[in-house]
Ligand binder design. Structure first.
Ligand SMILES: N[C@@H](CCC(=O)N[C@@H](CS)C(=O)NCC(=O)O)C(=O)O
Length: 204
């Protein structure tokens, strides 16, 4: 099994989950701008959409879309209990969170990764959009739960951790979100997160 990734990108969530599971896997970095993998392959032959993550299960089966990869990994490794059982209300809640992270929170960072300098007004509007999405999670965590589904870490926490961490890269101050800040610290301390971030060159 091989994960195609870009350091610190949303693919880090799949990387964390692979390390949470602890089975053997390979990783290969992708230069998405050039469309090349670290070994020089044309990345479009692996994922025609050009973005990460992509999980090569075997040469004939390459899974894309982070939310699908995360749930596939959880379902294939049920002893790690990284997702509630399919068909349950709890599983639907996990999917609710994964979908919100992907379609709402993740997308709200698009402007900041556009590769151009933002005007003050664009930055203000963009920050306000990110805040609107973060507030949804701040409210969920405000009942005292440690993770999105309660006391148990799930694949949605890996994804929320990665995307919320981008606020640090784009200089968005999240000190007004104390529950989310505590959540980031909690998830960052997990060995699987440390291992993944080191492997991606994000930590020493
Ligand atoms: N819908 C996709 C979106 C994946 C995505 O946005 N990937 C970004 C990194 S987070 C990417 O590879 N962008 C291309 C680039 O950065 O050049 C998913 O959820 O997996």
């Amino acid at each position: 099994m091989k994960l195609y990734f870009k350091p610190g990108a949303c693919s880090l969530a799949s990387h964390i989950v692979l390390n949470e599971i602890g089975s053997s896997f390979d990783i290969e970095a992708v230069d998405t701008a050039k469309g090349k993998t670290a070994s020089g392959a044309d990345y479009r032959t692996i994922n025609p959409l050009g973005y990460v993550p992509a999980l090569e299960i075997d040469p004939e089966n390459i899974l894309v879309e982070g939310a699908a990869i995360l749930q596939y990994l959880a379902d294939q490794n049920p002893t790690h209990a990284l997702a509630p059982q399919n068909g349950t209300l709890e599983r639907a809640k996990l999917q609710q969170y994964l979908n919100f992270i992907s379609a709402e929170l993740h997308k709200s960072f698009g402007l900041f990764f556009s590769g151009r300098d933002l005007t003050a007004s664009e930055r203000e509007t963009g920050t306000s959009r990110v805040y609107d999405k973060l507030r949804y999670f701040e409210n969920i965590l405000s009942d005292g739960r440690t993770f999105l589904l309660g006391d148990k870490f799930s694949v949605a926490d890996a994804y929320l951790f990665v995307v919320t961490s981008w606020t640090g890269f784009v200089n968005i101050d999240i000190s007004g979100f104390p529950k989310l800040t505590a959540f980031l610290g909690q998830v960052a301390s997990r060995p699987a997160v440390q291992t993944s971030m080191k492997a991606e060159g994000l930590l020493n």
